[in-house]
Design a protein around this ligand. Structure first.
Ligand code: URA
Length: 439
């Protein structure tokens, strides 16, 4: 087999066989396929697309390009969740303890944020001492003892995706459905997931800007999962405005704790209860018509009876974190400058740009533009109004938490156009747009 023939086959719109995909991907990971050949292949895929069978084969090849975790010795069933990334998305911090509190052990590997999209590991590191780097033995021992573990990736999972993702970024080939779907699903399969809840964000602050695009991606990922023998559900959730009210690492931990105490922003609570209920349904292989409503009641119950908070606290303690910060979020890292921005006019919130809020949080130092950038856990912002809310001139709309006057001014300027007012009442945005199930 020759690599140039494989590139030409895709360039001419052909369907690549499993053998051709194996040859290409394994060669790229081994270094016998060069970056310029892989770039040409990526552009051919971007322009010509892939069939469902090709995308499934590509996913499986990428999933098996490195270690594939087997968690069957420590988990009765491995249920995972994945968010396609957004602003204010602290769902994992809330949902994992909820599911564990319902008696389903959960072992999750999460990532860091890049650009305006936050990452769970960065949020966890706002808690002093929390260890996100665990050996495989520690990872397994922690879930076995506590029924919950939340850490960074250990092992060499899906290295083909790591290499290809960096190349896609540099060759304008990120926005391709088969490439995004295979990238996400290969990592989940390599991490040992048997059942997966995919949270596909749609809107101005997401990869997928329209419901049609998001639905196409979600359907493809559900089909790939099904083809690979996994139980998968994809939720299409709103990312036109931030999820919840707090954006920034320590601030998001604080808001997660509010929800775990049965409070917090209603959209965030609703979102977490639904994701948890789907995880419970998949883990229990419960396809009864009542499974979702029962799961939602059970998940919501863990917030009311304090069991989800207790699980979160147990997880933080087990991973070396300072539980006094969990018991008293005032002890989380705090910024020196706290400034409130008020409404310049009265009316209703018509739009609240997740993108502008996310970029403003990066301006303040809460996120990173490049992988190697360091972040400030204390900074970020709170949004006081969401789409559909009424506003009176002079009311607070944002509270910015900054450690640098210049960064504060840049973020403040960025936020000037983040909120669009209407004279007339506006409808609140839905939390979810659609659900796509494999079963
Ligand atoms: N997230 C991923 O992991 N991969 C993509 O290609 C896009 C989003």
């Amino acid at each position: 087999m020759r690599i140039t023939d494989i590139i030409a086959h895709k360039r001419d719109g052909g369907e690549l066989s499993k053998e051709e995909l194996d040859f290409f991907i394994n060669g790229y990971v081994a270094g016998t396929v060069t970056d310029y050949q892989a770039s040409a292949w990526l552009m051919a895929v971007f322009l010509k697309g892939m069939t469902r069978q090709e995308t499934t084969n590509l996913t499986l090849t990428m999933a098996h390009s490195g270690d594939v975790l087997d968690l069957s010795d420590v988990l009765p069933v491995s249920v995972d969740k994945h968010s396609s990334g957004g602003v204010g998305d602290k769902t994992t911090l809330i949902v994992l303890p909820m599911v564990a509190a319902c008696g389903i052990p959960v072992a999750k590997m999460s990532g860091r944020g890049l650009g305006f999209s936050g990452g769970t590991l960065d949020k966890l590191e706002a808690i002093k001492g929390y260890r996100v780097t665990l050996s495989m033995d520690e990872f397994k021992a922690t879930v076995q003892k506590h029924g919950i573990v939340l850490a960074g990736q250990s092992g060499n999972l899906a290295p083909a995706d790591g290499k290809l993702y960096a190349l896609r970024d540099a060759t304008a080939t990120v926005q391709s459905l088969p490439l995004i779907a295979s990238s996400i699903m290969s990592k989940k399969i390599a991490a040992g997931a048997e059942a997966i809840v995919l949270d596909v964000k749609v809107g101005l602050g997401a990869f997928m800007r329209t419901i049609e695009e998001a639905k196409a991606l979600a359907t493809l990922m559900v089909e790939i999962g099904q083809g690979a023998g996994r139980r998968v559900v994809a939720l299409l959730s709103d990312m036109n405005q931030p999820l919840g009210s707090y954006v920034g690492n320590a601030l998001e931990v604080e808001e997660a704790i509010q929800v775990l105490h049965d409070g917090g922003a209603p959209d965030l609570r609703e979102h977490c209860i639904a994701v948890a209920a789907h995880m419970l349904r998949l883990a229990r292989k419960n396809d009864s018509p009542y499974a979702m409503s029962e799961g939602m009641a059970e998940a919501a119950g863990t917030l009311k009876n304090g069991r989800a908070f207790a699980k979160f606290r147990e997880m933080v303690a087990a991973q070396g974190g300072d539980v006094s910060m969990v018991d008293n979020p005032k002890l989380l890292p705090k910024a020196n400058i706290v400034q409130t921005v008020t409404a310049t006019r009265s009316g209703y919130v018509d739009q609240l740009s997740a993108l502008s809020v996310g970029v403003a949080s990066v301006d303040l130092g809460a996120g990173r533009d490049r992988k190697e950038d360091s972040i400030d856990h204390a900074v970020g912002l709170i949004v006081h109004k969401k789409v559909g809310d009424s506003v009176t001139a002079g009311e607070p709309i944002f509270t910015l938490h900054a450690n640098d006057q210049h960064k504060l001014e840049v973020a403040q300027q960025r936020l000037e156009t983040a909120l669009v007012y209407s004279e007339h009442p506006t409808a609140a945005l839905p939390t979810f747009y659609d659900t796509i199930m494999s079963d």
